[in-house]
Design a protein around this ligand. Structure first.
Ligand code: 13P
Length: 295
């Protein structure tokens, strides 16, 4: 089957099953092309919470489908590739989080959305790269904040607040391994990058925010410090501009696992259903709801 044929079959099945296809900007181009909604982690959560579709097909990674299941328990949430995970989310276990909470009993826990449902359930509020600072500012009092699991995002937020931020030392390998030497001319970077890289950037923001910055009239040529999937959107929205990846190695294999064939099989066989058990979902939803109140 060629690309157009398989895309057509997917769109037909989506309509038949009252389903929507949500996709992250890091997905393959041919998947992005047929998504009902394409966005960053925050936009995707908002969309999952408000859709009236019966089925959500999530072209993303496991924590994204879990978040959709937490926010929309009455929907069937499908993750076409059960093995699409997030190495950053895997850098903390519930046992480790509980031990850290024991070490810092006064700390409020702010959890990046790139985390498991269980971790969210033991947190006070969630955040994405689009609202991490806002989430910290939203917290009452002046006590310390334990930010998990992304240490780079925590240090980026710490630079902008007087509150004591205790970073968990997890990281996204795609962003963390981008070095300052590689991006001496970087102009836009994602806050999962190290502070050394962010110091060189003219703009730091989520993938959606980076797309907005790329549209500014003064931006003609932009070196982009995030996963390469964003290039499809950059180039199609601003064809007259030049976009250069900060590194050709910024490719998330987990995000790229989902092919059109996987999406077709997922919809045909209604697999792989992601469902968060109610005992975890309720406290995790409280943390996600607090985050959604910010936007
Ligand atoms: P945003 O979607 O918030 O830009 O974050 C990108 C990312 O790393 C998702 O895992």
């Amino acid at each position: 089957m060629d690309k157009k044929e398989i895309q057509g079959k997917i769109r037909k099945l989506l309509a038949e099953k009252k389903a929507i296809l949500l996709a992250h900007y890091y997905q393959r181009e041919e998947v992005q092309e047929i998504a009902d909604y394409l966005g960053d982690s925050l936009g995707l959560s908002i969309e999952a919470a408000k859709t009236d579709a019966a089925v959500i097909v999530f072209a993303g990674v496991h924590f994204m489908a879990e978040s959709a299941s937490i926010l929309a328990p009455e929907k069937t949430v499908l993750l076409p590739r059960a093995d699409a995970g997030c190495p950053l989310a895997d850098t903390i276990t519930v046992e480790q989080l509980l031990a850290a909470k024991g070490r810092y009993p006064d700390a409020t826990v702010v959890t990046y959305i790139n985390s498991s449902a269980e971790i969210k359930a033991h947190s006070d509020i969630c955040c994405t790269s689009a609202n991490a600072l806002k989430a910290v500012q939203y917290l009452p009092g002046e006590g310390p904040v334990l930010m998990v699991p992304d240490g780079n995002l925590a240090r980026y937020v710490a630079k902008q607040t007087k509150r004591t931020i205790i970073p968990w030392e997890g990281f996204c390998p795609i962003h963390h391994h981008l070095t300052a030497a590689q991006v001496s001319r970087a102009k836009a970077a994602h806050p999962e990058c190290t502070l050394a890289v962010l110091a060189l950037a003219d703009f730091v923001g989520s993938t959606t925010a980076m797309l907005g910055y790329a549209g500014e009239p003064w931006v003609r040529k932009l070196i982009v410090g995030t996963e390469m999937g964003i290039r499809c959107q950059l180039q199609s929205r601003y064809p007259e501009k030049i976009f250069i990846p900060a590194s050709e190695e910024m490719r998330c294999e987990d995000m790229k696992r989902t092919t059109l064939t996987d999406i077709l099989a997922s919809l045909t066989e209604m697999r792989h259903v992601v469902k968060v058990p109610e005992a975890v979902r309720m406290p995790a939803k409280r943390s996600l709801d607090r985050m959604l109140e910010l936007s």
